[in-house]
Write a protein that binds this ligand. Structure first.
Ligand code: SF4
Length: 81
């Protein structure tokens, strides 16, 4: 389902859970929970960029920065372990 936010077209698959591992942390994205708040890609655009595939670049920032940003996801679509 395409969603437009600030002239950025977001296309998310709504039916799968994606996991991204950098050797230290695994980020989990559950598209069906995403409310497209844009908080992740405004906060850490080197990691979260909906214009690219994969849209999460797990090597784009330090693990601590990624965890801090994931914790700010308002819907629970992003989590980590
Ligand atoms: S912060 Fe969470 S709810 Fe907002 S766009 Fe990112 S994944 Fe979706």
């Amino acid at each position: 389902m395409p969603v437009t936010f600030n002239n950025i077209i977001l296309i998310f698959r709504m039916d799968s859970v994606k996991k991204y591992f950098n050797g230290e942390v695994t980020v989990v994205w559950q598209p069906k929970l995403c409310i497209h708040s844009a908080i992740c890609f405004h906060g850490l655009p080197n990691v979260f960029n909906p214009k690219e595939r994969p849209w999460i670049k797990i090597d784009g920032a330090a693990t601590e920065q990624i965890i801090d940003q994931v914790k700010k996801c308002p819907s629970g679509a992003l989590s980590f372990y």
